[in-house]
Design a protein around this ligand. Structure first.
Ligand SMILES: [Zn+2]
Length: 153
């Protein structure tokens, strides 16, 4: 029996989940899929500049597992940069500590701890035009329109 892969703890989903080289039609582009746990490794090690053991404990994984995850993420991003591929952040083994919301009216972004009830209005402007960013990267069903052209829905 194979050991089930342990979910990696991720603080909150990324705001942007698709990056595309300028000037190349989408249909001609190859894509690199960066998983949400790989994104979190990049965020903790490269953006927040945490040491690997600190970042590993935030994600509830071992330091060697964290280092492997980060190496895979770097390899994928370098593939996109060197070979001119798009990057999509999607899927992976992870659980979110926070859901993240975006107000399309005033651009306000905020986090709510998992388990808290979903907001109906933006806390800044009161508008109801809000998006749950957690749905963009493979948790539950994505909202319509985020999948790339040529996708199957
Ligand atoms: Zn708002």
């Amino acid at each position: 029996m194979t050991k089930p892969r342990k979910d990696r703890q991720v603080k909150s989903p990324p705001f942007i989940v698709f990056f595309k080289p300028q000037g190349i039609p989408l249909v001609q582009l190859e894509q690199v899929i960066l998983t949400v746990d790989e994104y979190e490794a990049i965020r903790l090690a490269d953006w927040e500049e945490l040491k690997h053991d600190e970042a590993a404990s935030k994600m509830k994984i071992s330091r060697p597992t964290f280092t492997r995850l980060l190496n895979t993420a770097h390899k994928k991003i370098s593939d996109a940069l060197v070979n001119g591929k798009a990057i999509r952040i999607e899927g992976g083994n992870y659980i979110l500590l926070y859901n993240r919301f975006y107000c399309q009216n005033c651009n306000y972004i905020w986090n709510l701890k998992q388990g808290q009830s979903l907001p109906l209005v933006c806390p800044e402007c009161g508008n109801t035009n809000i998006v749950n960013l957690s749905l963009q990267c493979g948790h539950g069903r994505g909202r319509k329109g985020w999948r790339h052209r040529g996708g199957s829905f």
